[in-house]
Write a protein of this length. Structure first.
Length: 448
């Protein structure tokens, strides 16, 4: 290994091992050259390579600082937390985000902020091409900035739609927070069963044709509790049926960039920019800012503008300027792409491990659902195993998982499953926790 490569490797390892922490200033070029007995040019070459990889960044007349887009998953000896989809704060490039905010502040300090109820124009200008990379083709005027998906779902649920219909259709299981919200408001809710194979399209067509459905809320890929995705033909057919029967699709793609699927086309792709409201959030990638995107078809523009104007007075849904500025700088700097690539690599390793470990489990007692993409997967248990009992027993062993019961609007249709997330565990923790889970299942089976 040549000298500049050795310097590059050593600094990177010091960052990984937290000898150098995010935001910390590196030793001076002179100090590094003396330590390695090399020229300053050799040190600068190593530092430039680290800058290109967005692991460090430079401040004029100040030096080099740790930016760090490296993924860390600290081993927490207190427990195994598989019950949340929120990644660890420490896994985020905090200094990178600070640097982007600094760049955004400098940019906006020299220019007047042209902002409306749709957000900063300069950010809106780049979102169309950004979304197109993921198969979401929309004109600039159809893309709206939002603070979060839950807030927009509230507005959509309570709003009158252009199709004049009244009932809401959701898949089961679904997002538990939205399910709980639906139970608190005076709306008519219908459900359709979903499993690892997807949904019954004939049943869906019957609903669309006969049940006065204003919109169908769906989480089509890997971010739903099952951790599964609709196959291509189902995504295409869902949109075709929606257009045929004048039903809106509300497509929740809130983890859109966390784990990409090869050649994946969202439901919106088949919509011809009609009858599909596409939602995406960046809150999981950026824990410090609240910002998301809503792609609104022309037929819904008037309704959405009414929602925007009303929310201005009682629940402002436009993200703060600091959130918009940070996101714009992050996307423009390409750091965002590098960070999501790191997340993808981490997830892929964990999913392969899950498949390897569960392959030896007795399918009569527990069935793996999902684990093909994203943070989530489910375990469907033997009917005689009480999910609540198992969750409590695992808590006593410091393994924390979540029952899927709240993800069912009709809890009598609960499929006796638990949801697990890999977002806050390392590979080692994942292996250890899965071993504890299966051992606990075996213990319970012996008592039945």
């Amino acid at each position: 290994m040549v000298r500049y490569q050795q310097i590059h490797y050593d600094i990177k390892q010091d960052i990984l091992n937290k000898k150098l922490k995010q935001g910390q200033r590196l030793p001076s070029i002179t100090t590094i050259s003396q330590n390695y007995q090399c020229s300053k040019g050799t040190v600068i070459k190593a530092l430039d390579l680290l800058c290109q990889q967005h692991i460090i960044f430079s401040k004029p007349r100040s030096g080099y600082y740790v930016a760090d887009c490296l993924i860390r998953e600290d081993v927490d000896t207190k427990g195994y937390y598989l019950n949340t989809g929120n990644p660890l704060i420490d896994s985020f490039p905090i200094a990178d985000i600070k640097n982007c905010l600094h760049l955004a502040t400098e940019l906006y300090a020299k220019n007047s902020l042209d902002t409306t109820l749709r957000g900063i124009d300069s950010l809106n200008a780049i979102l169309s091409s950004y979304l197109a990379n993921d198969g979401v083709y929309a004109k600039r005027e159809n893309i709206h900035l939002i603070q979060g998906i839950t807030q927009i779902l509230t507005f959509l649920t309570l709003s009158t739609f252009p199709n004049g219909k009244k009932n809401i259709l959701i898949e089961e299981p679904s997002h538990r927070h939205y399910v709980n919200f639906l139970k608190t408001v005076d709306v008519n809710v219908l459900t359709i069963s979903r499993d690892e194979l997807g949904i019954n399209l004939k049943v869906l067509e019957t609903y669309f044709k006969n049940k006065d459905i204003k919109f169908f809320f769906t989480i089509p890929r890997n971010h739903n509790p099952l951790g599964t995705s609709y196959p291509y033909h189902q995504r295409k057919k869902i949109m075709e049926l929606a257009l045929k029967y004048d039903v809106y699709i509300v497509e929740d793609d809130y983890f859109g960039d966390v784990h990409k699927l090869s050649k994946y086309a969202p439901i919106h792709f088949f919509s011809y920019q009609k009858n599909c409201i596409y939602l995406r959030s960046f809150s999981k990638e950026f824990p410090f800012i609240r910002i998301g995107i809503a792609v609104i078809p022309n037929s819904f523009t008037e309704t959405f503008e009414h929602i925007s104007n009303q929310s201005f007075y009682y629940s402002y849904h436009i993200p703060a300027l600091v959130s918009q500025a940070t996101l714009e700088a992050y996307i423009k700097s390409s750091i965002y792409v590098k960070h999501t690539r790191k997340i993808n690599q981490s997830i892929n390793k964990k999913l392969r491990l899950i498949k390897t470990i569960t392959n030896d489990w007795d399918a009569n007692y527990v069935k793996l659902i999902g684990a093909n993409s994203g943070f989530y997967f489910s375990l469907q248990l033997h009917p005689e195993i009480s999910v609540d009992h198992m969750v409590r027993r695992l808590e006593m062993k410091n393994v924390f998982i979540m029952s899927n019961e709240e993800a069912f609007y009709n809890q009598d249709r609960f499929n006796n499953s638990v949801r697990l997330s890999i977002s806050q565990v390392s590979l080692q923790q994942l292996e250890e926790s899965l071993a504890i889970i299966y051992q606990t299942i075996e213990e319970i089976i012996l008592t039945i």
